[in-house]
Design a protein around this ligand. Structure first.
Ligand SMILES: [Zn+2]
Length: 293
């Protein structure tokens, strides 16, 4: 670890002597080796105005080994991940803290910060992840598909294999203060009529696209209000797809950050809000989590 630190320090002093473009290139090179970057994260990750932030992306959890897949890991594995993060000295931070840091230089109360995110709002989050997070006092971000929460709030047909959290469960989760309920769109988590997720369709006018995102964000905020959830700040792009206009439109609607799916550590700076709209994440698949001491 000592030699890794020395390497890191010399890379850093080398980077300081480079012109701005060179620094960006070096950072891209360093952060494009995700496992290495996570493993060799230096101690001073939250140095005054720089924040090195890995974000982990989970989907489903299961207790049935037959259901383990690219988008579903075992609940035991998730428990082991939390233990490993703790052992390594990582501390979960909230998106509110990350946004405050970028927007106004707010402090990040962690030497080695990490964000845990769950996509799709599955009920297995409520059943398996939520109790573990409470046990550890760790934070997470849950990206909910509004229309799915609505659908599963209106049916008795609940099986952890496929069901989503109900509004009542989401309100309980939010009230814990440990989990931020964000938006994985109201109903754009699909590929149809030439559109993939919340991206612009080929040939679509900016005005039509603005209307689409406006309706999506407004439908979600209205439902969150009805069901006692705080306004969301983070838009989790389905499939990680977005367009050149997306950030500007979402910002005008009050969205302050967005998640994509590129596997990189985020290098954020106080006072720089652009990178907030394209936050990279490491997808947790079986066999891919290798934060080691
Ligand atoms: Zn999703």
């Amino acid at each position: 670890m000592k030699s890794a630190n020395i390497i890191w320090q010399s890379l850093k002093s080398f980077a300081l002597r480079l012109p701005r473009q060179g620094v960006a290139l070096l950072l891209i090179t360093l952060t494009s080796v995700p496992m290495l970057a996570l493993r060799k994260a230096p101690e001073d990750t939250s140095a005054a105005n720089e924040l090195r932030l890995p974000i982990l992306m989970y989907h489903q959890l299961t207790k049935d080994p037959r259901l383990v897949s690219e988008f579903c890991i075992s609940a035991e594995q998730f428990a082991a991940d939390l233990d490993a993060l703790e052992k390594m000295g990582y501390e979960t931070v909230s998106m509110a803290q990350v946004i405050a840091f970028c927007e106004s230089g707010g402090s990040i109360p962690a030497a080695k910060p990490v964000v845990i995110s769950f996509d799709d709002g599955f009920e297995s989050f409520y059943a398996y992840a939520f109790p573990l997070l409470k046990e550890h006092g760790m934070r997470a971000v849950l990206g909910v598909i509004g229309e799915e929460a609505e659908r599963f709030s209106a049916t008795e047909d609940h099986r952890l294999k496929y069901s989503s959290c109900t509004w009542t469960e989401l309100a309980e989760i939010a009230a814990s203060g440990l989990v931020e309920i964000e938006s994985h769109t109201w109903n754009l988590h699909n590929k149809k009529n030439g559109r993939k997720g919340a991206a612009k369709k080929f040939g679509e006018s900016t005005e039509d696209y603005r209307t689409l995102l406006t309706n999506d964000v407004e439908a979600t905020q209205a439902a969150y209000k009805t069901h006692g959830l705080p306004e969301f700040s983070v838009y989790v792009y389905p499939y990680g797809t977005f367009s050149a206009d997306s950030a500007e439109i979402l910002r005008s609607l009050g969205v302050r950050a967005a998640f994509v799916c590129d596997a990189r550590v985020n290098i954020l700076h106080a006072g720089e809000t652009e990178p907030l709209m394209e936050l990279k994440r490491f997808k947790r698949k079986p066999g891919t989590f290798c934060i080691r001491e």
